[in-house]
Write a protein that binds this ligand. Structure first.
Ligand SMILES: NC(=O)c1ccc[n+]([C@@H]2O[C@H](COP(=O)([O-])OP(=O)(O)OC[C@H]3O[C@@H](n4cnc5c(N)ncnc54)[C@H](OP(=O)(O)O)[C@@H]3O)[C@@H](O)[C@H]2O)c1
Length: 274
């Protein structure tokens, strides 16, 4: 059983690798800037923007399954075109693909989003992730696509660090939005999902996010409690007041995943509170 993890040097990719090695997979992980630090992984340099390079690596590794965790918040060529390259390469050699997507594909509304809902992106990153999903679904209809929400890890993980930076005044001109609602997910719980899906025949979209819907402000209060910080002075605003274009309420309904997968979907209150 050999697993190719694209974007293995990132937060989620690293945890997928760690759990895969522990479960006995032979793991090849790709990096773009520098290799990750998970022991037991064979590291490969790969730029997903390069179609030929992607196809060469996928062919050479000959994996049982490919998990694509690579993305960039600013580069369409990575998040959208790169995802299409990975899907095309995996389909060409008949390798099982699990692609990681985002709740950013949704525009925001009070009602929860079901697994199969079409994307309604309102910013560039959401559009790139929606384009990636479209490419994956067209090129490889048998692929599994995991839509997830804010990924919660240690103090260095992106979403927790953002809260800590705002709580401690390290980001003076930014604010936490009280009207930006998401369903944060533990990186350990989330990383187990692609591994389970790699060994399954689930095709298409699957929401995999936590059960607690919280605002960015509520998330920061939980982070503050966890790290012994006083949340009183944190900068608070709303999306509307900031003038930014961002989805407001985005709640992923993960009930299908809860029935399908063995991995826990812990809520962020349990995660940071306990
Ligand atoms: N973080 C969140 O809260 C969140 C929320 C919802 C969905 N997601 C999705 O979850 C997935 C993983 O997110 P993450 O937070 O773990 O991301 P991350 O830590 O930023 O890691 C991104 C990965 O992509 C790689 N990458 C960047 N540019 C590349 C390129 N040109 N060619 C090949 N690889 C490249 C990076 O490699 P180097 O580091 O070596 O450059 C890294 O391994 C992504 O699909 C993301 O859209 C994340």
């Amino acid at each position: 059983m050999r697993l190719l993890v694209v974007g293995a040097s990132g937060h989620l990719g690293g945890e997928v690798c760690r759990q895969a090695v522990e479960a006995g997979w032979a793991v090849v992980g790709t990096f773009h800037r520098e290799p990750g630090s998970v022991p037991g992984v064979l590291w490969e340099l790969l730029d997903v923007r390069d179609r030929v390079a992607v196809s060469d690596v996928v062919e050479a590794v000959g994996a049982t399954a490919v998990v694509n965790c690579a993305a960039s918040y600013s580069e369409w060529a990575v998040s959208a075109v790169g995802a299409a390259h990975v899907a095309a390469a995996a389909a060409a050699v008949g390798t099982r693909l699990v692609h990681v997507s985002s709740d950013a594909v949704h525009g925001g509304r009070p009602e929860p989003y079901a697994d199969d809902e079409l994307p309604t992106p309102i910013h560039q990153y959401g559009a790139a992730k929606a384009a990636a999903e479209t490419a994956v679904r067209v090129v490889d209809p048998a692929a599994a696509i995991v839509r997830t929400s804010l990924i919660i890890g240690d103090a260095e993980s992106r979403q927790v660090k953002l809260c800590l930076d705002l709580l401690t005044g390290r980001m003076p001109r930014a604010a936490l939005f009280s009207d930006e609602i998401r369903c944060p997910m533990a990186v350990e719980d989330l990383a187990a999902a692609p591994l389970e899906l790699a060994a399954s025949d689930h095709a298409g979209l699957l929401n995999v996010a936590g059960p607690d819907a919280v605002s960015r402000v509520e998330l920061a209060v939980l982070v503050a409690a966890r790290y012994g910080l006083d949340p009183a002075g944190m900068p608070v605003s709303t999306i509307a007041d900031s003038g930014q274009v961002r989805p407001g309420h985005v709640r992923l309904d993960s009930s299908r995943a809860a029935g399908l997968l063995r991995t826990r979907l812990r809520g962020v209150r349990e995660l940071l509170g306990g």
